[in-house]
Design a protein around this ligand. Sequence first.
Ligand code: ZN
Ligand code: ZN
Length: 352
Amino acid sequence: MVLVEPGRLELQEFDVQPPAPEEILIKTRITSICSTDIKVFHGQVSSAHYPLIMGHEFTGEVVEIGSQAVKKYSIAVGDRVTPEPYIPCGHCAWCRTDYHYHNCATVGLYGISLACNQPPHLLGGYSEYVYLIAGTILHKLAPATPDLAGSLSSVVGNGVRWVKTLGQMSFGQSLVISGAGSQGLCALAAAREAGVSPIVMLGLSSDQARFALAKEIGVDHIVEVDRQDPLQSVPDLLSGAPDVVIETSGVPIAIQTAIKMVRRSGRVVSIGLSGGKLTPIVFDDLVWRDITLVCGKGQAGNVVDAMHLINSGKYPFDKINNFQYQLPQLGRALAETEKPPPGFIKGAVVFG
Ligand SMILES: [Zn+2]
Ligand SMILES: [Zn+2]
């Protein structure tokens, strides 16, 4: 499914050739739909190159491995794999530093920066086959891991990043996760795995499907912010202010609430995007209350931990993509991701 230009999707056919020596050919099984796809669809992502096959959260089955790639990757034909979206250069200062290769100046991004009008053409997940090119970081799915869960490797990687790299959390700390979307749910699983407890999730009364899954993953308390004031409910539930707040929604009032809510000398991890809206913050409050405010992009170097979590089978990640579509329905899938129908958590395109 080619995004010929912003706003125009078209089903096109390409010949599938054997992969080049450095490449791996996979047959796509699941591609998870990301809110970034919506921005790429509307032409709001500066690194996007059209015409483009979108899709950067996917799993596939290895069909053929190039002669050089065989030496670099310990994979076999038939393995189920998920690539990281970023394709780092591997040589610059950012790429040689832990957890920062997403700052690489020449980093490639599946489904975003690689146009489909030049070989090997198939470089995004909304395609029946995808070529994984030199520099790809690849992870294997365990035999029992559902494809749906594997397709979330980078989303779970983000959750790991908010909790571990940015949040610096460990067992016994209390946490509030603001936002019940897939990012909040993946952060919840990472926090549970780290022994963080108790955990409160903030969402809207329309988030019932998300809350039900959050309970399965292991949330301790839920606060519906359109029915209760979280600045009163959360300290009641925790018998005090939380050690850390992870704010995933990007809504200005939610960011302000997170800063007011966290304990003195606590930490706020604010990673939601507000779409360019201003969030007024009185920095004196941060200074006097000794608050650490951390912001940042998603996973880089966190997917290894994410795959441990996914392949452990301990968390029902396969239930996050609860709306599924066929490839020709991608237009509707994107529209529903943008304006979610009741019960929607996250969508996925299912192949085969
Ligand atoms: Zn994404
Ligand atoms: Zn680099």
